[in-house]
Design a protein around this ligand. Structure first.
Ligand code: WT7
Length: 654
């Protein structure tokens, strides 16, 4: 074993214990955590029922906790009634009306703060505007917005009147937006003239117009926030400016009390096959875990300033921006823009200016900022920080150590949180005042989250460091309820094995000698690019939708900053493009995929060949393609290939 390998093994086993000072102030101390785990083990339903009564304000209390009669479609607290927006805003007003709820900063440096009272008033005005345009309980409303307070206001307004929101990330293309609107059969679209990123305008309204011009007959109205002020087209009778929509609306709007199981939102996410899945979350169960995890994992308290850098277009921006921290009466920071404008110190400057105490971001961002050097973070006062978090993909020990030393000054616990769009909230994570952390491990399941690693038979793997399927053995309150409009796909995707008893996360994992979980990767053909899931199938379908393309295969390759880079192997009609023609075609295809799905899906590398390596039965040999994409030596037998010459072409050697 070389010195480096020994070293990395040592680093992996290094334990970082929370400081006595952190533990002394923490909401959850070692005894509390042990008690929570014990209670969840002994009386699972009672455990969640107590928390639900303690942490949620109910209009009508529930009497039934978990309903398993229609498994794997589970219900929680299903005879109770409540409202998410009421729980995020109204119930805090008596004590916290003047407390800052949102600190917003735009890329250009404009800052806007909203108190809980102001947030209440704006949410009510907008909710009344939605009602005035015919939106009723259960109607789907798509939100396609930049990262501005109005995005949160729109989400909260929908919740207030029982409308089902679906946020589509502003970086998605017109085509992606159209597919989601149609799948959700949304009646209203809320957007902005545009957003700002990297000094450029993101033309949201233009993309929205394009989406609506090629389908989306279900949409009756479009509400448009003026943000950039650039020229856009407004369609008479369909499009309304946000400011006109709220003009004259009352700043009081009685919440619609909905059933605990009422759908709160749909969020589309990639699968290995077919179109994106509309992950449907329910109201009370989702909110409960949004609150418990903000309290347990982020140790959220009254004086905290919490900055989660995720866009509201992702689940992280739902649970740790728009709903969870507000339900816990905290103060959130929102930033619309790129992390490197005007330079790589932007995030750290904002931490100093807004006195951020809890900072939560993705490993891909940490790596990108780490590469810019220590001078940026070292020029700002980061002493307000007391807790750091990461999410989206495994964090490599090097980036972890940088985060720990340069950002946290060895003084902030790091919570590496494993969860998914489908789980709604953290599942496996350190509890910062208790759990000793190891760089790269998400450590241990939270109380009430029955995560395990099992073999093909569904048996728990007890041997240390042996990989298996990551499963969750009992339903939990914030789990997805179904795939919108496709109950069968829900069951097939999440309960396909082990007699339908366990939720299958789709990740492989191992546990070390301390029982700590280490995520090893996805078990299906899903890429993790910059912490976001992309189905290889989706990128392949986009490629073959191009006139020049006959066949395409897409795989991931490890990438220093993004986690995974996308490599596409493409077969064109007619002659195989080479030289300049290949470069031109590659650029065209990259732009094409950007248009079809969005910039994050653009392949980093496109290679043209005369054929793809296939097994005798005609299956594309993906493992071989992954080896080629990684630039590794091929050790498997390729003699069965019909056309061995394509290997050199795929390697870019011919
Ligand atoms: C997938 C879920 C949950 C919000 C962000 C992504 C990977 C997520 C971690 C982590 C290792 C992680 C998994 C998971 N993942 N967090 N801390 N360590 N891997 O949400 O798009 O639903 O993706 O992201 O593979 O299944 P998502």
């Amino acid at each position: 074993m070389s010195g480096i390998e020994i070293n990395s093994v040592l680093i992996e086993n290094r334990l970082f214990k929370p400081s006595a000072e952190f533990t002394a102030r923490a909401r959850i101390k070692p005894d509390d955590l042990a008690a929570l785990h014990k209670r969840a083990e002994e009386d699972y339903e009672g455990f969640w029922a107590d928390l639900a009564r303690e942490l949620i304000d109910w209009q009508k209390p529930f009497t039934q906790t978990l309903d398993e009669s229609n498994a794997p479609h589970f219900k929680w607290f299903s005879d109770g009634e409540m409202n998410v927006s009421y729980n995020c805003i109204d119930r805090h007003l008596a004590k916290h009306a003047d407390k800052t709820a949102i600190i917003f900063e735009g890329e250009g440096g404009d800052v806007r703060k909203l108190t809980y009272q102001q947030l209440h008033d704006e949410v009510c005005e907008f909710a009344n505007a939605l009602k005035a345009h015919g939106i009723r309980e259960g109607d789907r409303v798509v939100i396609y917005m930049p990262m501005v307070p109005e995005a949160v206001i729109a989400m909260q307004a929908c919740a207030r009147i029982g409308a089902v929101q679906s946020v589509v990330f502003g970086g998605f293309s017109a085509e992606s937006l159209r597919d989601r609107i149609e799948d959700a059969q949304a009646v209203m679209l809320i957007t902005a003239d545009g957003g700002t990123r990297g000094g450029k305008i993101v033309p949201l309204k233009e993309a929205a117009d394009k989406a609506l011009s090629s389908g989306c007959d279900c949409i009756k109205n479009v509400i448009v926030l003026k943000r950039t002020g650039h020229d856009i087209a407004m369609q008479e009778g369909r499009d309304i400016w946000w400011s006109d929509a709220i003009a004259g609306q009352s700043n009081e709007c009685e919440p619609v009390w909905v059933n605990a199981e009422h759908p709160l939102f749909l969020l589309y996410t990639s699968g290995s096959t077919g179109k994106p899945k509309g992950i449907q979350h329910a109201s009370a169960g989702y909110l409960l875990n949004a609150i418990t995890t903000n309290l347990w994992v982020f140790d959220l308290r009254d004086e905290d300033i919490f900055w989660c850098t995720a866009d509201v277009g992702w689940i992280t921006g739902h649970t740790y921006v728009a709903y969870g921290p507000l339900a816990a009466a905290s103060t959130i920071v929102m930033y619309e823009g790129a992390p490197v404008i005007p330079d790589g110190g932007r995030f750290w400057k904002m931490v100093e200016e807004h006195k951020v105490t809890i900072f939560y971001t993705a490993p891909t961002a940490i790596r990108a900022l780490m590469r810019l050097g220590d001078d940026f973070p070292n020029s700002y006062d980061l002493s307000s920080l007391r807790l750091l978090g990461t999410v989206g993909e495994p964090i490599n020990p090097e980036a972890w150590m940088w985060y720990h030393t340069v950002i946290g000054k060895e003084n902030c616990p790091i919570v590496d949180t494993w969860w998914q769009t489908e789980t709604g909230a953290h599942v496996i994570s350190p509890v910062p005042g208790v759990t000793a952390t190891k760089p790269g491990s998400c450590t241990l399941p939270l109380p009430g989250m029955m995560a395990d690693v099992v073999n093909e038979e569904g048996e728990s793997i007890t041997e240390a460091n042996t990989g298996g399927y990551l499963v969750i053995k009992k339903p939990w309150p914030s789990m997805l309820r179904t795939v919108w409009g496709d109950d069968q796909r829900y069951a097939d995707t999440y309960y396909p094995k082990f007699g339908g008893k366990y939720y299958l996360a789709g990740d492989s994992a191992r546990r070390d000698e301390n029982g700590y979980f280490w995520i090893m990767g996805r078990i299906d053909d899903v890429l993790n690019v910059s912490g976001h899931r992309l189905g290889t199938m989706e990128v392949e379908s986009a490629l073959v939708a191009h006139d020049a393309v006959v066949e395409a295969a897409v795989v991931g390759r490890p990438h220093e900053v993004k986690g995974e880079a996308i490599v596409a192997f493409v077969i064109c009609k007619g002659e195989r493009p080479t030289g300049e023609a290949a470069e031109k075609m590659a650029k065209e295809l990259r732009d094409w995929v950007g248009e079809q799905i969005g910039p994050i899906a653009k392949p980093d590398d496109i290679r043209f060949a005369e054929g793809l390596p296939k097994t005798r039965s005609g299956k594309i040999m993906r493992r071989l393609l992954r080896t080629i994409a990684a630039g590794e030596e091929i050790t498997s037998d390729t003699s069965t290939l019909e056309n061995e010459a394509v290997i050199a072409q795929l390697q870019g050697k011919a």
